[in-house]
Each structure stands twice: as structure tokens, then as C-alpha cells.
Design a protein around this ligand. Structure first.
Ligand SMILES: NC(=O)c1ccc[n+]([C@@H]2O[C@H](COP(=O)([O-])OP(=O)(O)OC[C@H]3O[C@@H](n4cnc5c(N)ncnc54)[C@H](O)[C@@H]3O)[C@@H](O)[C@H]2O)c1
Length: 255
């Protein structure tokens, strides 16, 4: 059991006001960690809900409004975390956006927005998080990529999203090698289709039936399905792993 124990560890989760990030923040608290909940100011209600759930488990929570596309905002957020908790042990970079458009019609502004949040945002977070971890003796960074880093989603028009997630996957292994002697592990977690606000609404209902059929386990994942994998990557259980991409997709990429 102690391999997975996060008691006394201090974690930060980006995009923790909704969906996967919210569940992962609470999951880290369930295994013993205090958690900083980072999300956009406009997502404050969701972030406060996450904080209430963390506190209900008996762990400490800090809410920080920040935009991952702004490196100054990210640096300040890590500073708030360290002021409150003393050190950063675990960082889960989960903030992300999706958008659908055919490649031939894709506006440069939409290409840039998706790459800014999903790829540049992850880089700015890793940079500030690792800098803090170097000075406190190490830590574990987990970047939420996607199976879209590895496969092309049949029927979805999202060249920009797929490219951003492939970037996250390779950025992860590259940073892992740059920092391998400095006690900072960097791994990515690549979910398959997960039922969250990102893929809900009338436009998605028909597609979701198709995703269930295409998934060997014949169901979509839920944010609960990602808690075990993130605890594994955050904890001593994965001490000899860095630079890997952990696919959690109900078997999707095997077919
Ligand atoms: N839902 C899926 O099927 C699925 C599959 C694979 C990967 N993912 C990835 O998981 C992550 C979480 O997705 P989700 O489904 O929970 O979506 P979600 O929309 O429920 O949550 C995303 C969160 O990121 C936050 N965010 C967006 N831009 C931000 C910014 N600039 N700065 C700070 N926070 C920002 C949003 O406010 C939101 O709270 C994303 O990176 C997504 O690409 C999702």
C-alpha cells in the first residue's frame, strides 16, 4: 500500500475546475496529497467545487486562477503553491481545449489557440514546475496527452488537436531526458474517449455511440478510470519510469 501513498505530498493540477482534472485533483487527495487547483478565472465555480471535495476528504486545498498560455501567470501560480505548501512534489498538467474543423477550413487563430493551450501551456507549466522541483529535490510531472497523440480519431476533424497532443507526448519524453539526472520524472497519460463536458452536448450524442462501438471494451471511460493510473505515475510505485506514455483507452489503440 505504501508504494501508492501520497500522504504529506503537495500536488498541483491544471484544468482542475472541470472534468478529468477535477477528478484527478480529488483522487490525489484521496491518496493523501494536498492540492492546488489551477484553472481559468472563468471556471472559478468549478475550482471551488473541487476545493470543497478535497477539503471534505481532510486534505488542504488552494484555488489559483491562472491561464496556462501565459508563462508569467503560470510562474506566479507555482509561487502561490510553494508559499502555501512549502514545496511542489506532483504536477498534473491537464488543462486543454478541443475544437472541430476540417484542416482545409481551419482559421490560423483556431490553430494557434489550440496549440497555445494544449502544447505551449503544457511547456510553460513543465518549465516552472521543474524549476521548483529542482530546488526542492525532485518530483513527478504528469502531462495529460490523449490517444489522439498516437491514432487519428475516425470521423473527427481535429488536425490541430491531434498535432498538439502528439507534441505533448514527444515534449514529455524530451523533457524527461533533459531532467533525468535531476530527480524530476516526466510521463504522459493518454486517455481514450472519456465522458466529460469536453465531449458532451447534442453534437456529440451520435458520435459517442460510435466511440462505444469502436472501443474494444464497448464503453467510454470515465474520469474515475484515470485515478489509478495518475496515482501510479505520481507515486513511488512508478519510481523507475520516466519519459513514458501511459495509454488508458479501453484497448482502443490495439485494434
Ligand atoms: N474527454 C476526453 O475524451 C479526453 C480524451 C483524451 C484527452 N483529454 C484531455 O484531458 C484534458 C481534460 O479534458 P476534459 O475532458 O476534462 O475537459 P474539460 O473541458 O472538462 O476540462 C478542461 C479544463 O481546462 C481548463 N482550461 C482550458 N484552457 C485553459 C487555460 N488556458 N488555462 C487554464 N485552464 C484552462 C478549462 O477551464 C477546464 O476546466 C484535456 O487536456 C483533454 O485534451 C480528454
Amino acid at each position: 500500500m505504501s508504494l501508492f501513498d501520497l500522504e504529506g505530498r503537495n500536488a498541483l493540477v491544471t484544468g482542475a475546475g472541470s472534468g478529468i482534472g477535477q477528478r484527478l485533483a480529488v483522487g490525489l487527495a484521496e491518496y493523501g496529497a494536498n492540492v492546488t487547483i489551477l484553472d481559468l478565472a472563468g471556471q472559478r465555480q468549478g475550482s471551488d467545487t473541487t476545493a470543497e471535495q478535497v477539503k471534505a476528504i481532510g486534505r488542504e486545498a488552494l484555488v489559483v486562477d491562472a491561464d496556462v498560455t501565459d508563462p508569467v501567470s503560470v510562474r506566479e501560480a507555482i509561487g502561490h503553491h510553494v508559499s502555501r505548501f512549502g514545496r511542489l512534489d506532483i504536477a498534473v498538467n491537464c488543462a486543454g481545449v478541443n475544437h472541430s474543423c476540417s484542416a482545409e477550413d481551419l482559421a490560423p487563430s483556431d490553430w494557434k489557440r489550440v496549440l497555445d493551450v494544449n502544447l505551449s501551456g503544457v511547456f510553460y507549466c513543465c518549465q516552472s514546475e521543474a524549476s521548483s522541483m529542482f530546488s526542492s529535490g525532485g518530483g513527478s510531472i504528469i502531462n495529460v496527452a490523449s490517444m489522439s497523440a498516437t491514432i487519428v480519431n475516425r470521423g473527427l476533424l481535429q488536425a490541430h488537436y491531434n498535432a498538439s497532443k502528439a507534441g505533448v507526448k514527444h515534449l514529455t519524453s524530451t523533457l524527461a531526458m533533459e531532467w533525468v539526472t535531476r530527480k524530476v520524472r516526466v510521463n504522459s497519460l493518454s486517455p481514450g474517449y472519456i465522458m466529460t463536458p469536453m465531449i458532451s452536448g447534442p453534437d456529440w450524442a451520435e458520435k459517442i455511440r460510435g466511440f462505444e462501438e469502436q472501443t474494444p471494451m464497448h464503453r467510454l471511460g470515465t474520469p474515475d478510470d484515470l485515478v489509478g493510473p495518475v496515482i501510479f505515475l505520481a507515486s513511488a510505485a512508478s519510481a523507475y519510469m520516466t519519459g513514458t506514455d501511459l495509454l488508458v483507452e479501453g484497448g482502443f489503440t490495439s485494434w
